[in-house]
Ligand binder design. Structure first.
Ligand code: ASC
Length: 152
């Protein structure tokens, strides 16, 4: 009986039906982890701009440098085809991402450019953070509006 089940399961997998989704949990953790790192460091800079987090040039610079570093991470391996919210649970990544990869990469590049502006501004004082943060937030929002499904 066990053998029969195993044989059927193997045949079903070989048939390649959509019922057997690939395990993309590592890729989801990677891409969601990088977004979490971004949010944490944007939160630090936002707190400094509002006077809710103590400003030091070193801490602000470290946060901005981290944002630039994340912007340099190669994205392709984290976004395999078949890992949209239409395909698997645990993601809000819209299927439109894979239909518009040049635009997605352009939006990601704009985030990187804004992070470099922040990298220049962060060490100059808390008043310099606000405008750079606005530019950064705009690049986050542009991608979310187009390519992130609403929270359920
Ligand atoms: C953040 C964060 C986002 C963006 C977005 C900007 O700090 O976690 O998702 O900024 O709110 O519009």
């Amino acid at each position: 009986m066990k053998k029969t089940f195993a044989t059927l399961a193997a045949l079903a997998m070989l048939s390649g039906t959509a019922a057997y989704a690939q395990d993309f949990s590592a890729q989801l953790k990677a891409r969601q982890g990088q977004f979490r790192i971004m949010a944490i460091n944007l939160g630090i800079l936002g707190g400094m701009a509002k006077g809710e987090v103590e400003y030091t040039a070193e801490a602000a610079q470290a946060a901005a440098d981290t944002l630039v570093a994340v912007s340099m991470i190669q994205q392709g391996p984290h976004w395999p085809a078949g890992s949209s919210e239409m395909d698997i649970d645990g993601t809000r990544a819209k299927a439109e991402i894979w239909d518009n990869l040049p635009d997605v990469l352009d939006k990601w590049a704009k985030f990187g450019e804004a992070a470099k502006v922040m990298q220049t501004a962060a060490g100059e004082g808390p008043a310099s953070i606000g405008p750079a943060l606005g530019q950064m937030g705009g690049t986050c929002k542009a991608c979310h509006d187009a390519y992130r499904a609403p929270a359920s």
